[in-house]
Design a protein around this ligand. Structure first.
Ligand code: DAH
Length: 355
């Protein structure tokens, strides 16, 4: 028997009786380690006469490959065996109850902003945003609000520095300015966002939400404004018939200006929007003042349009029967569980998921 044959048969014998990965490692070292039997044969190649060397080297390589393949498959065999052994002793206890968890809720204000955005997007309005910290110029001056206008009063506005140049925006209207300064007409945007005024009672909070609307194009007039608001209010309150009236009013940034009231009645102690003998004021609006267009370098002889602004929190209170505005911002978990919206719309009686 040649050297290689005897190496082969000794390997075959040994690998058969292996019981663990540790034993396999020992076998590997015995044949392929620094002084292993195969390694030695490679080292010895130089001592073989040139005429036999090539044939011997080729047989040696083949043997090396064969043994390696066997080592690999033995490894897999032993590992599978080991895992099966472990699984025999280990049982997975699937009776452990799930840890309790509670679904988050969507805040009514966020829900209403989503609803409003999707209603206006259907008639081509894009959503624009602006920062809560504004310049006095964007918040007042550019909107044609004179220096001595009462809205600038310290009591209403949170100024952020002594010179009164930086403030917390008192309305979303400055985003009209930002949008028109940075673009070219036509403009058709709504702006939902946070606004701030120094005011707090059952229907006023120092931080509240407004929705601004702006539509500027070549032939926009007041009837477009009326059609747009009629569509929005019907969609938002989900009513077919709506009584709406425009009351003359004044805003520095619109001319003419109006406030809009919608009809309602009380039925079984609840407000029903649409028709009735009572009026509810819901927004301010008008045709954008030429001075405003001039300030943002829009040619008021070519372009004109309407703007409107309304309180989002109030819309949410009306639609979902919420009485106290302050509760919106108190972060009371029980309140949110009651008035919040389920993001996945999972029925609350599905005990597997709730509480
Ligand atoms: N910015 C006004 C406010 O906070 C609301 C408003 C009125 C916005 C008329 C407008 C508008 O864009 O045209 O009271």
């Amino acid at each position: 028997m040649s050297d290689l044959d005897s190496i082969n048969s000794s390997f075959e014998q040994k690998i058969k009786s292996l019981k663990s990965k540790e034993e396999l490692q020992i076998l590997k070292t015995e044949f392929f380690g620094k002084n292993g039997q195969i390694t030695k044969q490679f080292k010895n190649l130089g001592n073989i006469t040139a005429d036999k060397r090539k044939e011997f080297a080729s047989s040696l390589n083949k043997l090396k490959d064969r043994l390696n393949t066997q080592l690999d498959s033995k490894f897999i065999e032993l590992e599978t065996l080991e895992i099966n052994e472990k699984l025999k002793d280990q049982k997975i206890d699937i009776t452990l109850p799930v840890r309790p968890f509670q679904n988050g809720k969507i805040h009514p204000v966020s829900q209403v902003i989503d609803e409003i955005s999707s209603i206006f997007s259907e008639i081509g309005f894009a959503v624009a945003e602006g920062p809560d910290v504004e310049t006095e110029y964007n918040n007042f001056t550019a909107l044609n609000t004179p220096e001595d206008h009462p809205a600038r009063d310290m009591h209403d506005t949170f100024y952020l520095e002594e010179n009164k140049k930086i403030l917390l925006r008192t309305h979303t209207s400055p985003v009209q300015i930002r949008t028109m300064m940075n673009g070219k007409p036509p403009f058709k945007i709504i702006v939902p966002g946070r606004t701030y005024r120094c005011d707090s009672d059952q229907t006023h909070a120092p931080m509240f939400h407004q929705l601004e609307g702006l539509h500027i194009d070549k032939n926009i007039n007041m009837s477009h404004l009326k059609g747009c608001l009629d569509y929005f209010i019907k969609e938002f309150f989900e009513v077919k018939n709506l009584k709406m009236r425009f009351r003359p009013s004044h805003f520095p940034f619109t001319e003419p200006s109006a406030e809009v009231d919608i009809g309602y009645r009380i039925e079984k102690g609840r407000i029903v929007i649409g028709e009735g003998d009572k009026w509810l004021e819901i927004l301010g609006c008008g045709m954008v003042h030429p001075n405003v267009l001039r300030n943002v370098k829009v040619d008021s002889n070519k372009y004109q349009g309407f703007a409107f602004g309304m309180g989002i929190d109030r819309l949410a209170m009306l639609k979902y029967g919420i009485n106290d505005l302050r509760a919106f911002f108190e972060s009371d978990f029980r309140w949110l569980s009651h008035f919040g919206f389920d993001p996945l719309d999972v029925p609350t009686n599905y005990r597997g998921l709730s509480k």
